[in-house]
Design a protein around this ligand. Structure first.
Ligand code: MG
Length: 253
């Protein structure tokens, strides 16, 4: 499949490489704060960023994502693209502030409804609250899901629950997704209309970015756990790094 992807790119590196973080560049860990990028992989991303735009688009907050990457020269989009930074340029979706003010109340309501549930981890981000339940029992996961959805229901139209991998996130109900983030990053970099783009991701939220790809772009889904509209698939994080190494090697010949 790696050879197919490289072949589709026509023997040239893409003009821009978009990457999801968790489950794409790092394996999914039981706790989100355990995800780490090794020094050699940091160097690999740095190397790629010298010859193409490299952007990481994640559900993590922008601050958390940038801290974990610690690679200068990358474009970073946090909160599923609601906050973006490229070089000295920062961009925050104007709808975030209003929605963010309501998040503490949602978290209080969820905790009040649930009482103590072992394995629930609540993470506050600038634009959302993430209710992680990877470490909860199956029964606990269902209770958490019900409590979060019930807490958000009265705020429908302003906030919306967004399911992820072992996480239910309460996000601003804005018509904005990772595909919009790709377009915003290209605009910030002054690269609108340039192709081919290469986008690699494992999340359901990456499907929006896959749909935003043009006919010359290449979309790659990582894993086999759900249906995807990406034309190409890689089986694991290790295969993603193999592809990135091949992309880097290619530029030398
Ligand atoms: Mg992911």
């Amino acid at each position: 499949m790696i050879a197919d992807i490289l072949g589709r790119l026509g023997g040239k590196p893409p003009v821009a490489l978009f990457l999801d973080f968790d489950g794409t560049l790092v394996p999914i860990r039981p706790r989100p704060d355990q995800a780490r990028l090794s020094p050699s992989r940091r160097r690999a991303l740095r190397g790629l960023s010298r010859t193409m735009l490299v952007a990481v688009v994640s559900g993590r907050s922008l601050a958390d994502l940038r801290r974990r990457l610690a690679v200068p020269g990358l474009a970073c989009a946090g909160s599923h693209g609601l906050e973006i930074r490229f070089r000295r340029r920062r961009w925050l979706h104007p709808g975030c502030r209003n929605a963010a003010r309501l998040l503490p109340g949602v978290e209080r309501t969820v905790r009040a409804r649930l009482g103590p549930v072992p394995g629930l981890l609540v993470e506050r981000k600038p634009c959302s609250s993430a209710f992680h339940f990877r470490m909860a029992t199956p029964g606990g996961r269902r209770r958490i899901g019900r409590a979060v959805r019930a807490a958000v229901e009265p705020l429908r139209g302003v906030l919306a629950p967004a399911p992820g991998k072992m996480v239910l996130e309460v996000r601003p109900a804005l018509p904005w997704n990772k595909g919009d983030a790709v377009r915003e990053i290209l605009a910030l970099a002054g690269m609108q209309g340039r192709h081919p783009l290469l986008y690699i991701g494992d999340d359901r939220t990456d499907e929006d970015a896959f749909r935003a790809m043009g006919p010359d772009d290449v979309a790659v889904h990582v894993g086999r756990n759900h249906a995807t509209c990406a034309r190409y698939r890689l089986g694991s994080v290790a295969e993603v790094w193999e592809l990135l190494a091949r992309l880097q090697g290619r530029k030398k010949d």
